[in-house]
Design a protein around this ligand. Structure first.
Ligand code: WTA
Length: 660
């Protein structure tokens, strides 16, 4: 059975302590109706891709519509890949127009529900009209092929429309999650030099208005490249208006036609930049390009979600994260699926909101995060039990390791024991799902993402790149390039090389620890670097530290993760103050608010510990391992021989026991 702690990572070596023996073969009826029906069939595909990688992807590429066929499958100059070289296509054409040529034109592409309860359904031809109009708006504002457009919006259809409109004219988008602060938004706009920002007056969250325009204004003032802010009227509340810079979405749209032919772009034309936290410095702009990304998100949607024409598919992720990009927008729409999109919080007006949505729309596939599942467990079975969830046929999870207890709850309470669960491992950088069950083929095991998808060749290795063998913890790497892989960190090829291709020779290093069992199933153990995974959101300890240190009374700060039952990880900060400053509860609250202002509420520390000094090695490095143990309330077993001053540790422990 499972132990409490799915992974343990200490002192440079990785120990996996999870032992899970429950295995769930695909239900016979599911397998029979599925696109891929047996493990054998999956294995044949995987072997084909492994033996003839380029031939495999060449064949798969036929599932996209091309304006000009490619000449070469892969140009691999490690670590720089070009896929489908010479080809031309358009992502918005593939996601929208090609479904409008037949009966699917009247199929629902998006079924949207706003938090206050309003509904909108956009059929594929509605989406085509809206995307065309907004693409013409962007053109009218002077946006040209290659210009970056920033999107900072609530979860409303216009976010999807704006993203596809960018793709239509070959303008890469950068979506910034609506929960990020003005400072975070500004940093991203400055990095990618966006000229146009698309936002809304506000969005709804737990019955309140999220004042997006206020943050957008704060950011725009700091961004000299920005000439225009397009504002969609969502809430209708009063907002400040900057004449000359601000334009209303509806006014601009009233002046344009809906006819905007999709711009053919090269396979390697940038589709979007998405910022994510790394172990060092400021967030990295992960660059994805058109053909490979679109192909792999589309194919993986078909394989992993077993999408069928009559499915009603709901991915609960915000489009501000990669999951929303790949599995709310590009993958499922390229497949011509019907997608549910929801604006609000799962507990508004009450804790049954998700289950009501599933019942109301007869959702067949639900894709959500372990942190959400653990929250639902905590809220209690009575909420899902009130609703008819019998339409569900498949469940998915993403973002962090799922503990077997949560998996079993999802399986029985939400899935009624009949729905396979696909635990999907991937990253912003990988673009598409890499390791996951194929629901009609792969037996699932609580806590394991199971097997690599066809075309994906992972390995578990030591620091020197040597395979560790079965059932031993090691570093998860990917050995062959794959179409949806990131192409670089925007504007910083050196950082791209250093971050992903230097630690372990010849491989892409994921930053995750993992184990493979004797059956070939992968067990992800979590990050091995200084990246936190808080409620499925990636945050860098360094970013939070620099936010803390930017406060005038803070001298030094160290941030570590601590185990959290619901969020996976919580944030613990250790702070030393400038001389003459005294710790207080008021200051603690002030520092938490300061981090919220600098980064966003998702980075707000759960705990702040004031301390006289931080434990450091003789060379001056903060010993985070010790702080992690202190935050978790466990005894340090690791080596402390390089600690500069053992007294520091004793003091910290004392203050932990309530003596500060
Ligand atoms: C973690 C989210 C275990 C992992 C798509 C990875 C997971 C990071 C899983 C990427 C999973 C994601 N099981 N861990 N199924 N999925 N992770 O870039 O640590 O926001 O490196 O992409 O989330 O987070 P990101």
């Amino acid at each position: 059975m499972a132990s409490e702690n799915p992974s343990a990572h200490s002192g440079g070596s990785i120990t996996s302590v999870l032992q899970e023996t429950r295995v769930f073969p695909p239900p016979a009826a599911f397998a029979e109706a599925a696109g891929i029906k047996s493990l054998d069939e999956y294995q044949k595909l995987w072997n084909w891709a492994n033996d003839d990688n380029e031939g495999f992807w060449a064949e798969q590429s036929k599932s996209l519509d091309w304006f000009k066929p490619w000449d070469q499958v892969l140009d691999w100059q490690p670590p720089f890949a070009k896929w489908f070289v010479g080809g031309q296509l358009n992502a918005s054409y593939n996601c929208v127009d090609r479904h409008c040529n037949g009966p699917d034109k009247n199929k629902a592409a998006l079924i949207w529900e706003g938090e206050p309860g309003e509904r909108r359904v956009l059929r594929y031809q509605d989406l085509q009209r809206e995307v065309g109009k907004f693409a013409n708006v962007l053109k009218g504002l002077g946006v040209k092929k290659g210009d970056v457009v920033a999107l900072y919006m609530p979860m409303i259809p216009e976010l999807v429309i704006a993203a596809l409109a960018c793709a239509r004219i070959g303008a890469p988008h950068t979506v910034v999650f609506g929960g990020f602060s003005a400072e975070s938004l500004a940093g991203r706009i400055q990095d990618c030099k966006a000229k146009v920002l698309v936002t809304a007056d506000g969005g709804y969250r737990r019955g309140k208005i999220v004042p997006l325009k206020v943050h957008a204004d704060g950011a725009a003032d700091e961004c000299p490249t920005l000439t225009t802010v397009v504002v969609y009227k969502r809430t209708g509340h009063d907002i400040e208006w900057n004449e000359g810079r601000d334009r209303w979405w509806h006014e601009l749209e009233a002046e344009v036609s809906a006819d905007c032919p999709p711009e053919p772009v090269d396979s390697e034309h940038p589709l979007f930049i998405l910022y994510t936290s790394g172990s060092t410095g400021k967030p990295k702009g992960i660059l994805h390009t058109t053909a490979g990304y679109l192909l792999q998100t589309s194919l993986s949607s078909k394989w992993v979600f077993d999408l069928k024409p009559d499915d009603t598919y709901w991915c609960t992720a915000d489009v501000g994260w990669v999951t929303g990009h790949s599995y709310l927008v590009y993958g499922p729409l390229a497949q011509g699926a019907t997608c549910v999109m929801f604006e609000g919080a799962p507990n508004w007006p009450d804790e049954a909101r998700f289950w009501k949505i599933i019942e109301d729309y007869r959702v067949t596939i639900l894709y959500t995060a372990p942190t959400a599942i653990r929250t639902f467990m905590k809220w209690g079975d009575q909420h899902p039990r009130k609703h008819d969830l019998s339409s569900l046929r498949l469940l998915g999870t993403v973002g962090e390791p799922i503990n077997p207890e949560a998996w079993m709850w999802y399986h029985s309470v939400i899935g009624g024991g009949r729905c396979p669960i696909v635990d999907t491992w991937w990253q912003t950088e990988t673009g598409a799902i890499m390791i996951a069950p194929i629901p009609g083929a792969t037996p699932t095991i609580p806590g394991s993402a199971t097997r690599p998808l066809p075309g994906i060749v992972p390995e578990i290795v030591t620091k020197d790149g040597k395979p560790v063998g079965d059932n031993k913890g090691g570093f998860l790497v990917i050995k062959k390039p794959w179409p949806a892989m990131l192409r670089t960190i925007y504007g910083d090829d050196d950082r791209y090389k250093a971050q992903y291709w230097s630690d372990i020779p010849g491989c892409y290093f994921t930053g995750d620890g993992a184990r493979r069992d004797e059956h070939g199933n992968y067990w992800i153990m979590g990050r091995v670097d200084d990246v936190l995974n808080v409620a499925g959101h990636r945050l860098s300890t360094m970013e939070i530290e620099s936010a803390l240190v930017s406060h005038p009374v803070v001298a030094e700060a160290a941030v570590v993760g601590k185990p959290d039952e619901v969020k996976g990880q919580g944030i613990a900060a250790f702070v030393t103050l400038e001389t003459g400053q005294a710790p207080s509860e008021k200051l603690r609250q002030e520092l938490r608010a300061h981090v919220t202002k600098e980064i966003g509420a998702l980075a707000r520390p759960d705990e702040i510990h004031f301390t006289d000094s931080l434990p450091k090695t003789r060379s001056g490095k903060i010993m985070r391992r010790l702080l992690r143990d202190i935050a978790a309330g466990v005894e340090s077993t690791g080596d402390t021989s390089t600690l500069e001053d053992l007294g520091v540790l004793a003091n910290l422990r004392r203050s932990e026991q309530g003596e500060d």
